[in-house]
Ligand binder design. Structure first.
Ligand SMILES: C[S@@+](CC[C@H](N)C(=O)[O-])C[C@H]1O[C@@H](n2cnc3c(N)ncnc32)[C@H](O)[C@@H]1O
Length: 198
């Protein structure tokens, strides 16, 4: 899976920070599950004073995240692992989130369930279905994906419906925003444990 280019990530980070900000507090443990370069997590954690964590199945991605954290001067704890079975105890994190990950999984409900197991709050963001089928093919080509690669596009309502199928996860909020020329994102957030609402 090809990573988004630095320039694109740069423009995305403030957008994700804006939507994540209401759900992250200073000192929170923030896990990006499928972190890639962890650019967005590092950005939001540096703004808020939260603790960045990242998990990815790719060593290359983790190396990139490590380098990025060094450049920014933040400590990030990185784990090589599979989002479908993460090596953390239940409720290890204040928030577990990702963007650009869920749309590659057929078993999206199971993936969100695993995020909900290790996190008190779950936040997921995926590309939003606003494009014609023809444009979807162009986006896939742009991302270096073949016709066979899994790449689901969701409407906001569909993403919320996915979350509603996860046991113990209570829907909190959702939204959408545009970014770049082709991309439009939708996100949804839910809580699993209100103990943190101190
Ligand atoms: C499109 S990238 C998005 C990366 C990151 N969220 C970002 O915003 O830059 C998808 C990431 O998911 C990771 N990934 C794919 N399958 C995974 C899995 N089963 N478990 C953990 N990470 C996975 C890839 O290695 C890649 O870094």
């Amino acid at each position: 899976m090809r990573f988004m280019k630095w320039r694109q990530m740069k423009s995305l980070a403030p957008k994700f920070a804006k939507v994540l900000r209401p759900y992250v507090r200073a000192g929170d443990k923030v896990l990006e599950a499928g972190c890639g370069s962890a650019m967005n997590t590092l950005y939001v954690c540096s703004l808020i004073g939260a603790e960045p964590w990242g998990l990815d199945i790719s060593e290359v991605a983790l190396d990139e995240a490590r380098q990025r954290a060094i450049q920014i001067g933040l400590d990030i704890r990185l784990t090589l692992g599979d989002i479908q079975g993460m090596p953390y105890p239940d409720k290890s994190f204040d928030i577990v989130w990702n963007q650009g990950v869920l749309e590659h999984f057929e078993n999206a409900v199971e993936v969100i369930s695993e995020m909900a197991r290790v996190g008190r709050r779950v936040f997921v963001a995926v590309p939003r279905l606003t494009l014609s089928r023809g444009l979807v093919q162009k986006v896939k080509a742009f991302l270096g994906l073949t016709a066979e690669d899994i790449f689901y596009l969701y409407t906001e309502a569909q993403l919320v419906e996915l979350m509603s199928r996860v046991d113990g996860l209570t829907f909190e909020a959702s939204g959408s925003f545009n970014c770049l020329y082709l991309f439009s994102w939708t996100w949804a957030c839910g809580v699993t444990d209100r103990k943190e609402e101190k």
